[in-house]
Design a binder for this molecule. Structure first.
Ligand code: ATP
Ligand code: MG
Length: 331
Protein backbone atom coordinates (compact mmCIF):
# COMPACT_ATOMS: atom_id res chain seq x y z
CA UNK A 1 0.00 0.00 0.00
CA UNK A 2 1.36 3.43 -0.89
CA UNK A 3 1.80 5.87 1.95
CA UNK A 4 -0.25 9.06 2.03
CA UNK A 5 0.56 11.92 4.39
CA UNK A 6 -0.82 15.35 5.15
CA UNK A 7 -0.79 17.83 8.03
CA UNK A 8 -2.68 20.83 9.33
CA UNK A 9 -1.16 23.59 11.46
CA UNK A 10 -2.99 24.47 14.70
CA UNK A 11 -2.57 28.20 14.01
CA UNK A 12 -6.25 29.12 14.21
CA UNK A 13 -9.80 27.86 13.87
CA UNK A 14 -10.17 25.50 10.91
CA UNK A 15 -11.92 27.02 7.91
CA UNK A 16 -14.09 25.75 5.12
CA UNK A 17 -10.95 26.10 2.96
CA UNK A 18 -9.09 23.56 5.09
CA UNK A 19 -12.13 21.30 5.04
CA UNK A 20 -12.83 21.34 1.31
CA UNK A 21 -9.16 21.57 0.37
CA UNK A 22 -8.16 18.46 2.31
CA UNK A 23 -9.97 17.40 5.47
CA UNK A 24 -13.21 16.28 3.87
CA UNK A 25 -11.57 13.55 1.84
CA UNK A 26 -9.10 12.20 4.40
CA UNK A 27 -11.49 9.57 5.74
CA UNK A 28 -11.93 8.06 2.29
CA UNK A 29 -8.20 7.50 1.68
CA UNK A 30 -7.77 5.02 4.52
CA UNK A 31 -8.76 1.94 2.54
CA UNK A 32 -6.59 2.75 -0.45
CA UNK A 33 -3.47 4.09 1.31
CA UNK A 34 -1.51 3.70 4.52
CA UNK A 35 -2.45 7.14 5.91
CA UNK A 36 -0.48 9.43 8.21
CA UNK A 37 -2.37 12.52 9.36
CA UNK A 38 -0.62 14.91 11.67
CA UNK A 39 -1.12 18.15 13.48
CA UNK A 40 1.83 20.32 12.53
CA UNK A 41 2.30 21.98 15.90
CA UNK A 42 6.00 22.72 15.36
CA UNK A 43 5.05 24.59 12.19
CA UNK A 44 2.50 26.57 14.19
CA UNK A 45 5.35 28.14 16.16
CA UNK A 46 6.74 29.92 13.12
CA UNK A 47 4.54 32.98 13.73
CA UNK A 48 3.87 34.32 17.25
CA UNK A 49 1.11 32.39 19.02
CA UNK A 50 -0.15 32.41 22.63
CA UNK A 51 0.48 29.15 24.47
CA UNK A 52 -3.16 28.64 25.51
CA UNK A 53 -4.29 29.26 21.94
CA UNK A 54 -1.79 26.77 20.53
CA UNK A 55 -2.82 24.19 23.11
CA UNK A 56 -6.56 24.56 22.48
CA UNK A 57 -6.19 24.77 18.71
CA UNK A 58 -4.22 21.54 18.74
CA UNK A 59 -6.99 19.63 20.50
CA UNK A 60 -9.57 21.31 18.26
CA UNK A 61 -7.79 20.14 15.11
CA UNK A 62 -7.43 16.64 16.53
CA UNK A 63 -11.14 16.55 17.40
CA UNK A 64 -12.06 17.81 13.94
CA UNK A 65 -9.88 15.14 12.31
CA UNK A 66 -11.84 12.55 14.27
CA UNK A 67 -15.20 14.29 13.76
CA UNK A 68 -14.62 14.28 10.00
CA UNK A 69 -14.87 10.51 10.17
CA UNK A 70 -11.22 9.43 10.00
CA UNK A 71 -10.91 6.08 11.74
CA UNK A 72 -7.89 6.29 14.08
CA UNK A 73 -7.54 2.52 13.92
CA UNK A 74 -6.99 2.67 10.18
CA UNK A 75 -5.06 5.94 9.88
CA UNK A 76 -2.15 7.08 12.05
CA UNK A 77 -3.13 10.39 13.65
CA UNK A 78 -0.41 12.14 15.62
CA UNK A 79 1.21 15.35 16.81
CA UNK A 80 4.38 16.37 15.01
CA UNK A 81 6.03 17.44 18.30
CA UNK A 82 5.40 14.01 19.86
CA UNK A 83 7.48 12.27 17.19
CA UNK A 84 11.02 13.64 17.64
CA UNK A 85 12.21 12.10 14.38
CA UNK A 86 10.72 15.12 12.53
CA UNK A 87 13.00 17.59 14.28
CA UNK A 88 15.98 15.27 13.98
CA UNK A 89 15.61 14.66 10.27
CA UNK A 90 14.98 18.34 9.71
CA UNK A 91 18.33 19.17 11.33
CA UNK A 92 20.04 16.81 8.90
CA UNK A 93 18.15 18.04 5.83
CA UNK A 94 19.02 21.69 6.59
CA UNK A 95 22.31 20.89 4.90
CA UNK A 96 20.76 19.77 1.64
CA UNK A 97 18.53 22.76 0.90
CA UNK A 98 19.90 26.17 0.04
CA UNK A 99 19.38 29.73 1.28
CA UNK A 100 18.51 30.86 -2.25
CA UNK A 101 15.72 28.39 -2.85
CA UNK A 102 14.23 28.95 0.60
CA UNK A 103 14.19 32.73 0.13
CA UNK A 104 12.25 32.26 -3.12
CA UNK A 105 9.31 30.49 -1.43
CA UNK A 106 6.20 32.64 -1.96
CA UNK A 107 4.87 31.91 1.53
CA UNK A 108 8.12 33.16 3.10
CA UNK A 109 8.12 36.24 0.91
CA UNK A 110 4.51 37.16 1.58
CA UNK A 111 4.62 36.49 5.33
CA UNK A 112 7.80 38.48 5.86
CA UNK A 113 7.35 41.26 3.30
CA UNK A 114 6.33 43.82 5.87
CA UNK A 115 8.73 42.68 8.63
CA UNK A 116 12.27 43.79 9.45
CA UNK A 117 14.92 41.04 9.51
CA UNK A 118 15.17 41.32 13.30
CA UNK A 119 11.49 40.38 13.59
CA UNK A 120 11.62 37.31 11.36
CA UNK A 121 12.10 34.08 13.31
CA UNK A 122 14.43 31.54 11.69
CA UNK A 123 11.62 28.97 11.78
CA UNK A 124 9.56 30.74 9.13
CA UNK A 125 12.57 30.62 6.82
CA UNK A 126 13.37 26.94 7.46
CA UNK A 127 9.68 25.91 7.42
CA UNK A 128 10.01 24.10 4.06
CA UNK A 129 12.93 22.04 5.41
CA UNK A 130 10.83 20.73 8.28
CA UNK A 131 7.99 20.14 5.84
CA UNK A 132 10.29 18.16 3.54
CA UNK A 133 11.36 16.14 6.59
CA UNK A 134 7.69 15.52 7.51
CA UNK A 135 7.09 14.12 4.04
CA UNK A 136 10.16 11.98 3.43
CA UNK A 137 10.16 10.59 6.96
CA UNK A 138 7.31 8.23 6.10
CA UNK A 139 8.30 7.35 2.53
CA UNK A 140 5.09 9.15 1.61
CA UNK A 141 4.21 9.03 -2.09
CA UNK A 142 0.94 10.93 -2.05
CA UNK A 143 0.46 14.33 -0.39
CA UNK A 144 -3.09 15.71 -0.51
CA UNK A 145 -2.84 19.50 -0.03
CA UNK A 146 -4.44 22.72 -1.16
CA UNK A 147 -2.83 24.56 -4.05
CA UNK A 148 -0.98 26.95 -1.74
CA UNK A 149 1.22 24.11 -0.51
CA UNK A 150 2.27 22.70 -3.88
CA UNK A 151 5.44 24.83 -4.01
CA UNK A 152 6.62 23.29 -0.75
CA UNK A 153 6.01 19.76 -2.01
CA UNK A 154 7.95 20.68 -5.19
CA UNK A 155 10.86 21.68 -2.99
CA UNK A 156 10.67 18.34 -1.18
CA UNK A 157 10.81 16.65 -4.59
CA UNK A 158 13.91 18.66 -5.53
CA UNK A 159 15.48 17.60 -2.26
CA UNK A 160 14.74 13.92 -2.92
CA UNK A 161 16.32 14.13 -6.38
CA UNK A 162 19.38 15.91 -5.01
CA UNK A 163 19.80 13.57 -2.06
CA UNK A 164 19.30 10.38 -4.04
CA UNK A 165 21.66 11.53 -6.76
CA UNK A 166 24.38 11.78 -4.17
CA UNK A 167 23.56 8.80 -1.91
CA UNK A 168 21.58 6.35 -4.02
CA UNK A 169 17.95 5.35 -3.67
CA UNK A 170 17.38 6.54 -0.09
CA UNK A 171 14.33 8.82 -0.12
CA UNK A 172 10.91 8.27 -1.68
CA UNK A 173 9.67 10.82 -4.23
CA UNK A 174 6.36 12.42 -3.14
CA UNK A 175 3.69 13.92 -5.37
CA UNK A 176 0.76 16.19 -4.58
CA UNK A 177 -2.85 15.22 -4.86
CA UNK A 178 -4.88 18.37 -5.45
CA UNK A 179 -8.64 18.42 -5.83
CA UNK A 180 -9.76 20.69 -8.69
CA UNK A 181 -12.79 22.60 -7.47
CA UNK A 182 -11.60 22.95 -3.87
CA UNK A 183 -7.89 23.47 -4.38
CA UNK A 184 -8.14 27.12 -3.34
CA UNK A 185 -11.22 28.33 -1.50
CA UNK A 186 -11.20 32.11 -1.43
CA UNK A 187 -12.17 34.66 1.22
CA UNK A 188 -15.85 35.66 1.09
CA UNK A 189 -14.87 39.28 1.71
CA UNK A 190 -12.00 39.42 -0.78
CA UNK A 191 -12.35 36.62 -3.34
CA UNK A 192 -8.90 37.36 -4.75
CA UNK A 193 -7.34 36.14 -1.48
CA UNK A 194 -7.26 32.58 -0.13
CA UNK A 195 -9.41 31.79 2.90
CA UNK A 196 -6.83 31.38 5.65
CA UNK A 197 -7.13 30.53 9.32
CA UNK A 198 -4.22 32.68 10.52
CA UNK A 199 -5.49 35.73 8.65
CA UNK A 200 -9.22 35.39 9.09
CA UNK A 201 -11.06 37.84 6.88
CA UNK A 202 -14.08 36.45 5.10
CA UNK A 203 -13.61 32.97 6.55
CA UNK A 204 -16.23 30.39 7.33
CA UNK A 205 -15.11 28.43 10.37
CA UNK A 206 -16.06 24.80 10.76
CA UNK A 207 -17.49 25.57 14.19
CA UNK A 208 -19.60 28.55 13.06
CA UNK A 209 -23.29 28.20 13.91
CA UNK A 210 -26.03 28.13 11.26
CA UNK A 211 -26.99 31.79 11.55
CA UNK A 212 -23.39 32.96 11.31
CA UNK A 213 -22.79 30.86 8.20
CA UNK A 214 -25.92 32.22 6.60
CA UNK A 215 -25.01 35.81 7.45
CA UNK A 216 -21.48 35.40 6.09
CA UNK A 217 -22.60 33.77 2.84
CA UNK A 218 -25.46 36.21 2.22
CA UNK A 219 -23.03 39.12 2.58
CA UNK A 220 -20.27 37.53 0.47
CA UNK A 221 -18.79 39.96 -2.07
CA UNK A 222 -20.10 39.37 -5.61
CA UNK A 223 -20.40 41.61 -8.70
CA UNK A 224 -22.84 43.55 -10.87
CA UNK A 225 -23.14 40.91 -13.63
CA UNK A 226 -26.09 39.17 -12.00
CA UNK A 227 -25.65 35.77 -13.67
CA UNK A 228 -24.47 32.61 -11.89
CA UNK A 229 -21.69 31.60 -14.28
CA UNK A 230 -18.12 30.45 -13.80
CA UNK A 231 -15.87 33.40 -14.64
CA UNK A 232 -13.11 33.61 -11.99
CA UNK A 233 -11.53 36.70 -13.57
CA UNK A 234 -14.61 38.91 -13.79
CA UNK A 235 -16.79 37.22 -11.16
CA UNK A 236 -14.33 35.84 -8.57
CA UNK A 237 -16.89 35.93 -5.73
CA UNK A 238 -19.50 33.92 -7.62
CA UNK A 239 -16.83 31.54 -8.97
CA UNK A 240 -15.74 30.89 -5.38
CA UNK A 241 -19.32 30.16 -4.27
CA UNK A 242 -19.74 27.83 -7.26
CA UNK A 243 -16.56 25.99 -6.27
CA UNK A 244 -17.75 25.69 -2.68
CA UNK A 245 -21.15 24.37 -3.73
CA UNK A 246 -19.64 21.97 -6.28
CA UNK A 247 -17.25 20.44 -3.80
CA UNK A 248 -19.84 20.17 -1.04
CA UNK A 249 -22.32 18.43 -3.33
CA UNK A 250 -19.71 16.46 -5.30
CA UNK A 251 -20.92 18.12 -8.49
CA UNK A 252 -19.02 19.49 -11.49
CA UNK A 253 -18.86 23.24 -12.13
CA UNK A 254 -21.09 22.75 -15.21
CA UNK A 255 -23.73 20.91 -13.19
CA UNK A 256 -23.83 23.77 -10.68
CA UNK A 257 -24.04 26.55 -13.28
CA UNK A 258 -26.77 24.67 -15.13
CA UNK A 259 -28.77 24.20 -11.94
CA UNK A 260 -28.58 27.92 -11.09
CA UNK A 261 -28.63 29.46 -14.56
CA UNK A 262 -31.90 31.28 -13.92
CA UNK A 263 -31.34 32.00 -10.25
CA UNK A 264 -30.53 35.40 -8.80
CA UNK A 265 -27.58 35.80 -6.42
CA UNK A 266 -29.82 35.85 -3.33
CA UNK A 267 -31.37 32.47 -4.16
CA UNK A 268 -28.01 30.96 -5.07
CA UNK A 269 -26.36 32.23 -1.89
CA UNK A 270 -29.16 30.82 0.24
CA UNK A 271 -28.59 27.38 -1.32
CA UNK A 272 -24.83 27.66 -0.74
CA UNK A 273 -25.44 28.55 2.92
CA UNK A 274 -27.81 25.59 3.29
CA UNK A 275 -25.28 23.24 1.71
CA UNK A 276 -22.56 24.44 4.10
CA UNK A 277 -24.82 24.08 7.13
CA UNK A 278 -25.96 20.59 6.05
CA UNK A 279 -22.32 19.54 5.94
CA UNK A 280 -21.22 21.24 9.16
CA UNK A 281 -24.09 20.11 11.41
CA UNK A 282 -23.10 16.44 11.75
CA UNK A 283 -19.41 17.41 11.90
CA UNK A 284 -20.10 19.77 14.81
CA UNK A 285 -22.22 17.19 16.63
CA UNK A 286 -19.41 14.65 16.49
CA UNK A 287 -16.87 17.32 17.46
CA UNK A 288 -18.93 18.28 20.54
CA UNK A 289 -19.17 14.66 21.59
CA UNK A 290 -15.38 14.11 21.65
CA UNK A 291 -13.71 17.47 22.27
CA UNK A 292 -13.84 17.16 26.06
CA UNK A 293 -13.08 13.47 26.21
CA UNK A 294 -9.45 13.96 27.25
CA UNK A 295 -8.89 10.28 27.85
CA UNK A 296 -9.95 9.33 24.33
CA UNK A 297 -7.97 12.14 22.72
CA UNK A 298 -4.85 11.19 24.68
CA UNK A 299 -5.26 7.57 23.71
CA UNK A 300 -5.51 8.47 20.00
CA UNK A 301 -2.39 10.65 20.29
CA UNK A 302 -0.31 8.17 22.19
CA UNK A 303 -1.17 5.29 19.82
CA UNK A 304 -0.54 7.58 16.87
CA UNK A 305 2.84 8.76 18.15
CA UNK A 306 3.96 5.17 18.71
CA UNK A 307 2.92 4.05 15.23
CA UNK A 308 4.39 7.13 13.60
CA UNK A 309 7.71 6.80 15.45
CA UNK A 310 7.98 3.12 14.50
CA UNK A 311 7.70 4.05 10.81
CA UNK A 312 9.73 7.26 10.98
CA UNK A 313 12.69 5.72 12.77
CA UNK A 314 13.21 3.32 9.85
CA UNK A 315 13.69 6.17 7.41
CA UNK A 316 15.74 8.25 9.83
CA UNK A 317 18.14 5.34 10.30
CA UNK A 318 18.28 4.77 6.57
CA UNK A 319 19.24 8.43 6.08
CA UNK A 320 21.83 8.36 8.86
CA UNK A 321 23.44 5.24 7.42
CA UNK A 322 23.42 6.71 3.94
CA UNK A 323 25.27 9.87 4.91
CA UNK A 324 27.83 8.22 7.18
CA UNK A 325 26.47 8.81 10.66
CA UNK A 326 27.15 5.78 12.84
CA UNK A 327 23.88 4.17 13.98
CA UNK A 328 23.06 1.18 16.14
CA UNK A 329 21.89 -0.74 13.09
CA UNK A 330 25.31 -0.84 11.47
CA UNK A 331 27.35 -1.65 14.56
P1 ATP B 1 -2.32 29.37 7.90
O1 ATP B 1 -2.94 30.69 7.60
O2 ATP B 1 -1.87 29.22 9.33
O3 ATP B 1 -1.26 28.95 6.92
P2 ATP B 1 -4.18 27.68 6.50
O4 ATP B 1 -5.65 27.92 6.54
O5 ATP B 1 -3.44 28.03 5.26
O6 ATP B 1 -3.55 28.35 7.78
P3 ATP B 1 -2.65 25.25 6.82
O7 ATP B 1 -2.55 24.56 8.12
O8 ATP B 1 -1.50 26.05 6.33
O9 ATP B 1 -3.98 26.14 6.83
O10 ATP B 1 -3.00 24.19 5.71
C1 ATP B 1 -3.71 22.98 5.95
C2 ATP B 1 -4.17 22.44 4.63
O11 ATP B 1 -5.29 23.19 4.17
C3 ATP B 1 -3.11 22.52 3.54
O12 ATP B 1 -3.16 21.34 2.75
C4 ATP B 1 -3.55 23.71 2.73
O13 ATP B 1 -3.10 23.63 1.39
C5 ATP B 1 -5.06 23.60 2.83
N1 ATP B 1 -5.70 24.90 2.65
C6 ATP B 1 -5.50 25.99 3.41
N2 ATP B 1 -6.27 27.00 2.98
C7 ATP B 1 -6.96 26.54 1.91
C8 ATP B 1 -7.92 27.11 1.02
N3 ATP B 1 -8.31 28.38 1.16
N4 ATP B 1 -8.42 26.33 0.04
C9 ATP B 1 -8.03 25.04 -0.09
N5 ATP B 1 -7.13 24.44 0.69
C10 ATP B 1 -6.60 25.18 1.69
MG1 MG C 1 -1.29 27.77 5.17
Amino acid sequence: MDILLTGIKPTGKLTLGNYLGVLKRLKSYVDEYDCYYFIADLHALTLPIEKEVLHDNTLDVLSLFLASGIDPKKATIFLQSQVPDHAELSTILMNYLYMGELSRMTQFKSLTASLKNEAIGLGIFTYPVLMAADIVLYDAKVIPVGEDQTQHVELARDLVHRFNKRYGDVLTLPKTLVNTSSKRIMSLKDPTKKMSKSDPKGDIFLLDDEKTVEKKVMSAVTDMVGIVQFDPINQPGIANLINIYASLKNMTIEQVTTQFKNANYGTFKKEVANAINDELKPLQERYNAIRNDKEYLNEVLSNGAKKAHARASIVLNRVKNAIGLVTKTNE
